[in-house]
Ligand binder design. Structure first.
Ligand SMILES: [Fe+2]
Ligand SMILES: [Fe+2]
Length: 205
């Protein structure tokens, strides 16, 4: 799959999760949290592969094309990195909250507005420029991102480096720690929903 198709598909996946979240309204708080966990995971992985592979690839191709293209691509990528940075802070806060929190919906609202604006800018400005600059290497970048998805962090890390080589070095370590936390969370939720878990929580109450 080429890079632009892959990233656009990710954007569609996130948008459909946003719609699921919006459709839940004030109901089904547990389901709401599950949807938000999926949104956090999708956005963490998507941001990581853009930062590790796509953005550096675009800047490299632009530098080869000459100084005018290079300056314009650098500006777009640097702005995108700053937008990712703000989104990651919001995701990191949401990760620690529950839907019962008074600020939960407001924070999700701000997150969705920021992501939707960022996605629109990428699809209208950065992707067409990248398509022209990358030419055939657009397929190679797509393949590299498909591989990078498997090793990418699944949680937001706003303090971690977001450009190579820093994100290459910390990325795989952080990703391993994330996978461990995901496993613990999924096991805990399975135990809670099992008969034993229900019996234990009844004893606790
Ligand atoms: Fe992005
Ligand atoms: Fe994106």
């Amino acid at each position: 799959m080429d890079a632009i198709t892959l990233l656009t598909q990710d954007h569609k996946t996130v948008e459909s999760l946003f719609k699921q979240y919006e459709a839940l309204g004030d109901r089904a708080l547990k389901q709401k949290q599950k949807v938000v966990q999926k949104i956090i995971r999708e956005l963490a992985i998507h941001a990581a592969i853009e930062e590790m592979v796509f953005y550096p690839g675009v800047r490299e191709a632009a530098a080869e094309a000459g100084s005018k293209s290079s300056d314009a691509a650098d500006d777009l990528v640097l702005e995108a990195l700053e937008e990712h940075h703000i989104v990651k802070w919001t995701l990191a806060e949401l990760e620690k909250m529950t839907p019962e929190d008074e600020r939960y919906d407001a924070k999700m609202q701000v997150l969705m507005e920021s992501v939707r604006r960022h996605v629109q800018e990428e699809e209208e400005d950065l992707f067409p420029k990248a398509q022209r600059l990358l030419k055939k290497s657009i397929n190679e970048l797509g393949e590299r991102m498909e591989k990078a998805k498997k090793m990418a962090p699944t949680r937001p890390h706003p303090r971690a480096p977001d450009e190579p080589p820093g994100n290459y070095i910390t990325g795989s370590m952080v990703a391993m720690a994330d996978k461990g936390k995901d496993l613990v969370r999924d096991l805990a939720s399975k135990v809670r929903s099992s008969r034993v878990g229900k019996a234990v929580s009844e004893l606790d109450s």
